[in-house]
Design a protein around this ligand. Structure first.
Ligand SMILES: C[S@@+](CC[C@H](N)C(=O)[O-])C[C@H]1O[C@@H](n2cnc3c(N)ncnc32)[C@H](O)[C@@H]1O
Length: 316
């Protein structure tokens, strides 16, 4: 049975009252065809994932974490975290200055286990940072953790320091733009790379184009897209929400069970590096200038203003 568009819109606005995550609110606001495209991809990926689901082994106990929906926290699977670390390792970034903007995915723990040398993490969630600090206290190369709310501005002392930035922003244009501007501010000019995790169909094609155009102004081009690279287990409420939405967009599907959300990994390089790649595209590895590392390992966690506490709600 096809449900009229107006009813869909009213129903989705009603549902959004129950969710604090701006990503979920954004998805509920997508128009009919955008929602359909988004859900088709998510449903297909869920089917593929279910068919070759592997048992995950972990050395980090997720149960001891309380993830906060109003911070848009949605930790990825352990397999995804390892894939991200593999990507950074394969690209030869073990000795590079790396910034993780937000780390509910615990990537810093994985990078420490692989002896990455210069890791800095920013997050607005002080409890998460403290847990991460405990989990990485045995690190051969200590991680710098800073308590920062990006909406209060990016700390000046971290400007133009990093070779590589990796972030998984909330999946809506405004928030993503804030994360992206901070990433650009943090990067060294001309020799920098960043990885942004984004579900392009949740963002919408116009927003994606706008984003790419904006990045070009800062001298960054999209050099790689790893489709459905990131997989995130959903809680019962989120999973139910997608199934209910699918009833509107895919009325002919009998049972839809979405246990996971997915996003792509987009790689951006400064135009100068991207041009070098073309010049050296005969299979040689790209060599970027070696720039001295900064060292702030003596600085304890910096305390910035607390992230808007009024929206706090604990998931699970
Ligand atoms: C944005 S969340 C992940 C979003 C998720 N992929 C989604 O689909 O909505 C990633 C990390 O960013 C952190 N974060 C969220 N808002 C922040 C802010 N204003 N400043 C600093 N970190 C923030 C969260 O605590 C979390 O650890």
């Amino acid at each position: 049975m096809k449900i009229p568009n107006k009813i869909q819109v009213i129903f989705c606005s009603f549902l959004s009252i129950f969710f604090r995550s701006r990503t979920i609110k954004h998805i509920l606001k997508l128009n009919g065809s955008e929602k359909k495209e988004f859900l088709t991809k998510i449903i297909n990926e869920n089917i593929k994932y279910k068919n070759n689901e592997k048992q995950e082994v972990s050395f980090v106990n997720y149960n001891s974490f309380k993830f906060i929906e109003s911070y848009n926290q949605l930790p990825c699977t352990i397999e995804t975290r390892k894939k991200r670390a593999d990507l950074l390792e394969k690209n030869g970034f073990r000795d590079k200055e790396i910034l993780l903007i937000g780390d509910d995915d615990l990537l810093s723990v994985e990078l420490v286990a692989r002896n990455f040398r210069h890791i800095t993490v920013l997050d607005c969630d002080i409890k998460l940072l403290n847990k991460l600090r405990i989990l990485t206290q045995e690190a051969k190369y200590p991680v710098n953790y800073f308590h920062v709310d990006l909406y209060e501005g990016f700390p000046k002392f971290l400007n133009h320091i990093f070779d590589v930035v990796c972030f998984d922003p909330p999946q809506n244009y405004e928030d993503l733009n804030t994360f992206m501007s901070c990433a650009i501010q943090s990067l060294k000019n001309q020799t920098s790379i960043f990885y942004m995790m984004v579900n392009s169909s949740a963002l919408g094609s116009n927003n994606t184009k706008k984003l790419f155009a904006e990045l070009l102004k800062y001298g960054f081009v999209n050099t790689n897209k790893y489709e459905f690279f990131n997989c995130y287990p959903l809680n019962k409420g989120q999973s139910l929400l997608l199934s209910v939405m699918a009833k509107f967009t895919h009325p002919n599907l009998k049972t839809v069970k979405c246990n996971y959300y997915f996003s792509d990994c987009l790689e951006f390089k400064s135009v100068q590096i991207a041009q070098n790649i073309e010049q050296f595209s005969d299979g040689k590895k790209i060599l970027t200038n070696i720039i001295p590392h900064y060292s702030i390992s003596e600085i304890p966690i910096a305390f910035y203003n607390n992230y808007k506490i009024q929206n706090k709600k604990t998931m699970n």
